[in-house]
Design a protein around this ligand. Structure first.
Ligand code: T4K
Length: 393
């Protein structure tokens, strides 16, 4: 057992046990129910359920306006959106991605016969380290996918410089980054294009959904064709394609949630600050912060459990789960240690020391409208109680 002395103020605020119902990470934010049902009724009255219907068109316009970008191409989810963007950009051979991301970033490449080449991250930002990206470039490299993990912007300028120097395409997996900014500008306008997820678990959700945003007219046109089997008008297929369309009830959900988005962010921001304050005195625990000069949805409450914490990350997760707080170890163990990449690249970890270190330390805590001061204080107590158990002689 580690020898760590509990500070005098490491006290428990209330009584355990905690929650009689599971408290999930990723609980959906559901906006105004009446407004949603009204839109669903409109859809049913219209008898237009999918295939670029009026709700999807309105959603695309509203998202593009919100982000200040020319095109928003709505899709059924971000994974298909990534696949379509990758194909529309003509990527092939090898593409550099972080391993410290949701596995969909890598799968979107591998699924299309492209090799994802994992580059290490900066442990302070959890985002791609530009120096590590440079080291992974080979004659087969055609592109880079930066990920704005937790909605904190990837090093966009540095990655763009590398892409320009080597003639590579650069796109961003912005699945976490709706409502976030880089140098004051909305994420959604950078690289060749950016890909958002509007999955149920995201800050802005359409139940399932995604979108690619871009200022490139030709790219947007190509992606619109590809998401609808390559059709340009009735009976006229001019391109290979798939079915990547968003459906009307999903767009309706997105439109209603967009109206309440400021409220969601305010709740998340308040909770994030309360977590930061509550967990501040616990040795070895740090809460990942957000740059106060940038916009952020504060959707993810990410803590790191350091070597100097009396309990391990896994012990804390087990303690939280035992009390019905279903904290997550996102994105443990890292994409390179998942299949098929673990078998394909068994030695990849040698060049991914920071991704591996961070993967072994992270816990994501619940956030959103289900979470308030009492919940945060109880989560604090569960963590402290587990640490006391470890410290007790
Ligand atoms: N790139 C990145 C960086 C991503 O994080 C993601 C997705 C993507 C790309 C691909 O986006 P999409 O193709 O999905 O649009 C979840 C989500 O399914 C996934 O969208 C998300 N990232 C990932 C971070 O989380 P799981 O495997 O953790 O899902 P699951 O079923 O364990 O649910 C997560 C939590 O949310 C649970 O605690 C339960 C809760 N939940 C979930 C749903 C669906 C609810 O309370 N209600 C619900 O309706 O992947």
């Amino acid at each position: 057992m580690k020898t760590i002395v509990a500070p005098a103020d490491l006290a428990i605020n209330g009584a355990l046990p905690a929650f009689d119902k599971p408290l999930h990470v990723g609980r959906p934010n559901i906006g105004n129910r009446d407004a949603y049902l009204k839109r669903v009724n409109q859809i049913l009255d219209n008898q237009w359920l999918t295939n670029n219907g009026p709700m999807v068109q309105e959603f695309e316009r509203r998202i593009a306006d919100f982000l200040g970008v020319k095109h928003c191409v709505a899709m059924c989810n971000a994974t298909i959106a990534l696949e379509i963007a990758i194909r529309a950009l003509g990527l092939e051979g090898e593409v550099i991605v972080p391993s410290w991301t949701f596995v969909a970033t890598a799968h979107a490449l591998y699924w299309q016969g492209i090799t994802p080449v994992f580059a290490d991250i900066d442990p302070a930002t959890h985002n791609l380290d530009p120096a590590a990206v440079r080291r992974m470039i080979t004659p087969r490299t055609t592109g880079i996918i930066g990920v704005h993990l937790w909605g904190r912007a990837a090093p966009i300028d540095e990655l763009q410089t590398i892409a320009d120097e080597h003639g590579l395409k650069l796109l961003f997996d912005a699945a976490h980054a709706f409502g976030c900014s880089y140098k004051g500008q909305s994420i959604g306008r950078f690289g060749a294009c950016e890909v958002f997820s509007f999955h149920a678990t995201k800050a802005l959700n359409t139940m399932e959904g995604g979108a690619v945003t871009t200022n490139d007219d030709e790219l947007a046109e190509a992606m619109r064709l590809m998401r609808n089997f390559g059709f340009k008008g009735y009976d006229n297929v001019i391109h290979p394609g798939t079915n990547g369309k968003m459906i009307e009830v999903c767009a309706a959900m997105g439109l209603v949630n967009l109206e309440g988005f400021d409220d969601i962010i305010a709740i998340n921001r308040r909770n994030h600050a309360a977590y930061t304050q509550a967990l501040a005195g616990i040795p070895g625990i740090s809460v990942l912060d957000y740059d106060p000069h940038e916009r952020n949805s504060h959707h993810y409450v990410v803590i790191e459990v350091g070597e100097d914490c009396a309990a391990t990350r896994d012990e804390l997760v087990a303690a939280l789960h035992a009390e019905n707080v279903l904290a997550r170890k996102y994105f443990w163990p890292g994409a390179h240690r998942m299949q098929p990449y673990r078998d394909l690249f068994p030695h990849a970890g040698l060049l991914l020391q920071y991704a591996q270190r961070v993967a072994d330390r992270v816990i994501v805590l619940p956030n959103g409208s289900m979470v308030g001061g009492n919940v945060i204080s109880t989560i604090h107590d569960i963590i402290v109680a587990r640490i006391h158990e470890e410290i007790a002689p």
